[in-house]
Design a protein around this ligand. Sequence first.
Ligand code: SAH
Ligand code: SF4
Length: 419
Amino acid sequence: MNKHDSERIAGMLESLGNLEVGTIEESDVVIYMTCCVREAADVRLYGQAASIKNIPLRKNSPFDKRIVCVGGCIGQRDGNTLIDKVSNINVVFGTHNIGNLPALIDKAKDDNVVEILERSENFPTDLPTKRDNFWAAWLPIMIGCNNFCSYCIVPYVRGREKSRPMQDIIDEAIQYKEQGVKELTLLGQNVNSYDHGKFYELLCEIDKIGFDRLRFATSHPKDISDNVIKAFGTLKSLQPQLHLPVQSGSNRILKEMNRRYTAEHYLGLIDKLRNVNPDIALSTDIIVGFPGESEDDFMDTYNLIDKVGYTQVFSFIYSRREGTPAAKIPDDTPKEVIQDRFNRLVDLIAKRAYEINQKDKDTIVDVLFEGESKKDKSIQTGKTPKGQTVHVKGKNLAGQIKKVQIDECKTWYLTGQIL
Ligand code: SAH
Ligand code: SF4
């Protein structure tokens, strides 16, 4: 979502005649789009924003100073204190007013400016976008979150759930299709609660537009409906891949997290999904070290991960977020114990991902290519319908879908030959 907000900002500023540059040295304005879901992102923002003080403004700049802006979730949360703490920050804006940024930059030529709104007037996604790739697009269908999972800061910085009108989403999707987009990803913190139960209807409408690939993220397990599950067997463009964050396998911890489902309910959803498509690729998010997590609680998570068999798991060590209910739960679990659990989980995730990938050995799959590998220019990388990364020898394939014969399946990528 944050990366998408950045695309909107880049699109808006370019449409006003600004030019995006590749380095801070060449820039007159720097904009940090921030996340505060975990502490590591906070630390990075404060460090980076302060350190660019030492990079001089380019010689021909029409500005007297480089204007440093901080937006997104840290801006929304910290407001004025950002300017008090980091003296070279000139503009702070939040998650509800990215459309006002050009005016704020203008004002900041004279004086520092902070603008944080409690809610959005317009849906911020009505701004132009500047996409990194011509073949893939993200399309936000809703903003905010009403779930208040006890560890999570998102509802406080992104505000309450607000769905975008269906026709606006369809119109934007049609524009993307006309521009040659092959893969569309619908975005929201909890897409399954789109417009009080209309997500399935929206999926069907978008499917009719005929993208090569349709995906969505993220789904809350308490809200995914049977017809959305069935859509994985009926909608032609919907890819066989679902990110379904479970967070924990322990019912006690799930309750403390305010997730409002049990491990049994979650496993029931996995069964239903595999009945619709036995080969569907599943991924999830896990928090290790939630306050009071015991070894037994952790083992419940470990066993759930082992049982489901994910192609990818994003595991995070719990990060205490001030202002959330979980921040008040006392916790005396030593750091080393949490780190050890995390390491054990990471090993299991890799082992299971390797095993799951073996099913694709010697198969032929459609790969949507993204360009050359960063490490080796003779290699092109792309994604399978299930979202696995594929490496092949080749040149200039970005944006093309090709049939690939898979000959080796590693833990995090597959290799093959173009047919
Ligand atoms: N709306 C999405 C998740 C958004 S945040 C959902 O509910 O699925 C992305 C992930 O960050 C979460 O799934 C969770 O695993 C992790 N996360 C959120 N708050 C966290 C915290 N305080 N500490 C560690 N991880 C956290
Ligand atoms: Fe955070 Fe829970 Fe909302 Fe996801 S569903 S953004 S984890 S509060």
